[in-house]
Design a protein around this ligand. Sequence first.
Ligand code: NAD
Length: 229
Amino acid sequence: GKRAFIAGVADDNGYGWAIAKSLAAAGAEILVGTWVPALNIFESSLRRGKFDESRKLQDGSLMEISKVYPLDAVYDNPEDVPEDVKTNKRYAGATNWTVQEVAESVKKDFGTIDILVHSLANGPEVSKPLSETSRKGYLAALSASSYSYISLVKHFLPIMNPGGSAISLTYIASERIIPGYGGGMSSAKAALESDTRVLAFEAGRKKRIRVNTISAGPLGSRAAKAIGF
Ligand code: NAD
């Protein structure tokens, strides 16, 4: 069977959860990466059976998640983490949640993976039009929504089996005007799409790994509702 690591699952409403279910139904073992500030509520909800109904697969069995890893994909290694984040109450309880450390933990726990899914995005100024977006907000959108894919591919590539596959989720606002998708999120998706072509070229030659992005339709996820979509 194949093993998948899905980054960006913190409830049962988003694309990450749905992709996890499809992969589980196809026989894959499921590992997820959950944003550190959302970790406690996600894990306790899982434990308390809050997701049992939506864990149901077509054959009646429940999707099993072999392990939930805390992850913050805007930090590549511990040296990148600023002091105020390190000591923040929402982060202090978890350990080894930078991209490099998560890849190391997955290697230690499971050895290799076959499928890497990037289902995460964040744009702190998404509700502002692009022309009113600050430099800081724009760079934060690209860090969380675009560079995070480069970082995940970079750090997981060494533990991916040849023939494996990486995917992310993009949005049509990269190529057409979608009012309301601001804060540099349209730019972030354009970067994600361009980076996908370059990463596919590099990972394909290096390790026979496919790299793709899927332009998804609108879904009432937590992220989408937060921006009034
Ligand atoms: P979602 O809220 O279910 O998923 C986004 C996840 O990203 C959340 O779990 C959040 O905790 C996580 N996250 C945010 N910042 C993070 C960080 N720094 N490190 C780790 N995790 C972080 O919402 P979704 O809509 O399913 O989003 C998944 C992907 O699908 C995103 O790339 C999004 O842009 C894309 N997408 C969504 C839609 C839509 O309409 N919902 C359409 C096209 C593309």
